[in-house]
Each structure stands twice: as C-alpha cells, then as structure tokens.
Write a protein that binds this ligand. Structure first.
Ligand code: PLP
Length: 375
C-alpha cells in the first residue's frame, strides 16, 4: 500500500536529537530552537520567527498579539482546519466565514469585502496547498478598512507570492510543523512577525507573559509577569529534529516537486477530456509542493475513485468538511454571502500520496490507478 503521508526524516534528525540530549538542555529556547528561528527568518524573509508547540498555538498567539476582543469579527474561509477558527473564537470573536476562489480554494477577496462590518477586526487568509492567496487584493482591502491580517501559512513554509515569503506578508504569520507538513518536528509551529515592537511582545506572550527572553539577554536584571501569555515554547528535542530538515529544505522541496510535476503532467489529458480538474497555481505563486489534489465531477465519483485506488494499493484522502456546517462553526460563526464553491468543491476534491522520498515508481503507480479508473 502506498501511504498518503510519511513524516519527513533525514539522518541528521537523529544526530541532532542525540546532540540535544548530550547538551543537557532539552527545554525551550536552546541552540536548536534559535537555529530553527534563524533558518525560518531566512526562508520566509521575515524580521522574527519564533518556534511554537504547534501551528494551532501559533494561531492562538497571533490572536493574542492582534488583541482580538469579545465581539470582534474575524473573516476567514470556511474551507480550512478548525484551528484557524478556534484561535479567534477562544478570544471571544465571532467567526465570519466566506467563500473561496474555485481555482485555488483560497479565500476570495471580493467575498471578504462584502463581509466587512464596523465590528470587523481582522482577515485570516489560509494559503491552501502551499499556494498563496491573492495577497495584493487582500492587503488593499485591509488598508482601506483598517483591518489586521494574519496569514495561516501552516501549509506554505517556503512558498512565495511575487517573490515574498509566505507568512511574511501580514501582522502575524503562522507555520505548522505537524508530521503531515513539508517539514516536521512531530508537533510544532512558528509565529512570524515583521514589526520589531510586536516581535518583542511575541517573545513575552510565548514565555508565559514574562520578559524572560530579555533577562537571558541581560537587558533586565530579573524577569517578571508583564502580559498575558502561555507556554508556547517547544522542547529542544523537537527543534533538533526540525533543524535537520530546515537545513535541507531545498532538497526536500525538490523531491516533493518532482512528484508534483509528475502528477500534473500525467493528468493533463484527463483534464482536457473533462474527467477531472487539476490543481491550479497562479503565475505569481511559487508553491512548495505541499499537496497534489484533483477535483472530480461528483461526490459519488470521488467515493468510487477512493475505493478503486485502495483496491490498487494507493491511499488517497479528501480534506476539510466546511467549518460553517460543523457544530462549533454554527455556534461560533456564520457564513456571509453565498456558498457557491466551498461545499461543492470540498465534496469533490481528492488528495493523492505526496511526501518526501515518494519514489517516481510509486507516484506512477498512483497515476496509473487514477488512469485505469477513467479507462
Ligand atoms: C496543519 C494546519 C493547522 C494546524 O497546525 P498544527 O501544527 O497541526 O496545530 C492550521 N491550519 C492549517 C491550514 C493547517 O493545514
């Protein structure tokens, strides 16, 4: 059976974890965490990157840093992971879900504009499948209405938009290093901040609301509780595992991209015949081959294809159940405008195996299984 995902691993992961153990420093913010932060600042082109315990906690930190208050409205796509919404619902905000652009499954800027009210505080674009949202259009809307923006770049580590790094284009950007992502530390994430003053506050919020980072740098002679915060620091053991991959991020992405390109070329004919739609990447987006998906003609056809692939030794999976239709989505949010594409396309989208080290032979096996379904 070809698995849908295998967590990324390079031999240096083991060596670095062993080193962290030998260092007798396994709590947060040791040398491995600092080297990961520096690597991420370089990859994303951002002033400050700080590792967190998950992509979820990075989003929760973002909501704290943006001072989201009860009664605020936060606009995001319904087609995303529940953590995107949870982070803001936890601060008492009302989640306003809007529709996606059918070509990319990313938030539609015109739907954002239509959903703005005097209570709107922020917009949260999600770079689905590592393909960046229409950031110029979203930034123009945020500027016009004085809104904050938080990129959920959980899937978009090392992706770009017009040459700018995903996660670097808003007030706070969020990465995930869950085992299903391109680079992983088991569970982990990062917040990215461009504004130096906000970066200083991010250090405090991440350290349980204390100025312990300043203390370690010798800037204050004792540390104390000065803001609300939580324990958002991951262990050095996890950071060590991640660092090994960040040092080889180009090689890892190239391996994934080879599979992505193989799928994309193989399905062109089926797309031309109208059997399926291939994933689409706008010219201004440099993607990271996080995912390869196709969109089938109906839910029934997708169900049949999943079964056919399974019978042929290939694991494939669908993705998000739209949040506005979920119990918590109904309780904590509302959908603004017409659900033209979110539900329909979420029922027809199918993700194929793609992970670091997936061989050309196995990719071909998955391709052949899709081709035989339509033959
Ligand atoms: C993975 C993911 C998250 C959550 O990240 P965790 O590290 O699993 O907490 C949030 N948003 C999106 C879009 C994701 O893909």
């Amino acid at each position: 059976m070809i698995p849908f995902n295998i967590p990324p691993y390079v031999p240096e992961c083991s060596a670095y974890v062993e080193q962290a153990i030998q260092n007798h420093k396994i709590c947060g913010d040791g040398v491995f965490t600092k080297r990961c932060n520096a690597a991420l600042e370089e990859i994303a082109g951002v002033h400050r990157a700080l590792l967190t315990t998950s992509g979820t906690s990075a989003l929760e930190m973002a909501a704290l840093l943006m001072d989201i208050q009860p009664g605020d409205e936060v606009i995001m796509p319904s087609y995303t992971f529940c953590s995107t919404a949870n982070a803001f619902a936890l601060r008492g905000a009302t989640i306003v879900f809007v529709d996606v652009d059918p070509q990319t499954m990313n938030i539609d800027p015109e739907c954002v504009r239509a959903a703005i009210t005097p209570k709107t505080k922020a917009v949260v674009p999600v770079h689905y499948a590592g393909v960046c949202c229409d950031m110029d259009a979203l930034q123009a809307i945020c500027d016009e209405f004085g809104l904050l923006m938080c990129e959920d770049a959980a899937q978009a580590v090392s992706s770009t938009y017009k040459g700018r790094g995903a996660g670097s284009m808003s007030t706070v950007g969020c990465f995930s290093f869950h085992e299903t992502k391109n680079f992983s530390m088991g569970e982990g994430g990062a917040v990215l901040v461009q504004d130096p003053a906000l970066a200083e506050r991010a250090e405090i919020v991440r350290e349980k609301g204390t100025d312990r980072s300043r203390f370690y740098r010798g800037q204050v002679d004792k540390y104390t509780w000065i803001d609300i915060g939580s324990s958002f620091l991951p262990s050095e053991l996890n950071a060590a595992y991640l660092l090994a991959q960040l040092e080889k991020h180009e090689e890892i992405t190239a391996s994934r991209m080879a599979c992505w390109n193989q799928y994309h070329a193989a399905f062109e004919e089926l797309e031309n015949k109208g059997c399926l739609e291939r994933m689409y990447v706008p010219a201004e987006c440099g993607h990271n081959a996080h995912m390869y998906y196709i969109v089938l003609r109906s839910l029934d056809e997708r169900t049949a294809l999943i079964e056919h692939l399974k019978a042929n030794g290939v694991n494939s999976v669908f993705h998000y159940i739209p949040l506005h239709s979920a119990a918590a989505g109904i309780k904590y949010g509302r959908f603004h405008g017409e659900d033209k594409y979110t539900t329909d396309r979420s029922e027809r989208l199918l993700r194929l195996p793609l992970h670091y080290g997936l061989s050309a032979e196995d990719t071909q096996k998955a391709i052949d299984a899709v081709l035989s379904f339509f033959a």
